[in-house]
Design a protein around this ligand. Structure first.
Ligand SMILES: CC(C)(COP(=O)(O)OP(=O)(O)OC[C@H]1O[C@@H](n2cnc3c(N)ncnc32)[C@H](O)[C@@H]1OP(=O)(O)O)[C@@H](O)C(=O)NCCC(=O)NCCS
Length: 174
């Protein structure tokens, strides 16, 4: 019988070099499809799904204060969601996202989750209750505003509606 998936949640400061390397290896060679040459922030928390000693899937989290319309909001930023090719199609990305958002609900006092993605993975998040935004989203690149050309999605923890108006991530994207 195959080993069950083991889930580990680590702050980046408590990642061992071996765990960090596993994440980097997992990310290597993946087709992210994001515009080339952008600078991204690193996750603060890592949700790691292991099959024995192999990293099968990952989701990253940051806690950030952003502007949406005329409001400043604390969001749980979801990033670096991946499943290594051999483990795809088994629901592991969904599981990593659910675990990450549950963790953020407990630890971050955020009203919403926020992520950037490409259109063809939008369905993955929509299936978990995320909703696409239809407003301009900007963030910082080389000290200047950059307009995100793909999809931005939000997740509501409670009843609070997402404010109307354009979004500024106030720093690097994740
Ligand atoms: C996208 C990715 C994370 C999916 O991983 P996975 O573990 O195979 O996904 P799951 O098995 O949890 O599937 C979740 C849902 O997404 C859909 N899905 C999975 N991979 C997809 C893909 N490449 N394109 C479109 N939809 C996809 C599945 O149909 C599934 O929906 P369902 O539950 O209604 O059937 C994986 O292909 C990957 O790592 N890709 C490269 C990195 C990347 O693009 N990450 C997303 C960054 S925003």
């Amino acid at each position: 019988m195959e080993n069950p998936i083991r889930i580990d949640i680590k702050h980046r400061d408590e990642m061992t070099p071996a765990k960090h390397l596993a994440v980097l290896r997992g990310e290597e060679g993946l087709e992210w499809g994001a515009p080339e040459g952008l600078e991204w922030s690193h996750p603060t928390w890592h949700v790691l799904l292991w099959q024995a000693t192999t990293l099968a899937a990952h989701a990253g989290l940051v806690r950030r204060s952003i502007r949406a319309g005329d409001r400043t909001l604390t969001v749980a930023g979801l990033s670096s969601v991946f499943t290594v090719p051999a483990y795809r199609g088994q629901g592991l990305a969904k599981r990593a996202v659910r675990v990450a958002m549950d963790y953020a609900a407990r630890e971050m006092q955020a009203t919403h989750g926020f992520l950037l993605c490409r259109a063809h993975v939008q369905a993955l998040y929509a299936g978990l209750g995320w909703q696409a935004l239809d407003v301009p989203v900007t963030f910082e690149q080389a000290g200047a505003p950059y307009a995100w050309p793909a999809v931005a999605m939000v997740y509501r923890y409670g009843a609070a509606l997402w404010p109307k108006g354009q979004v500024d991530l106030r720093g690097l994207p994740w």
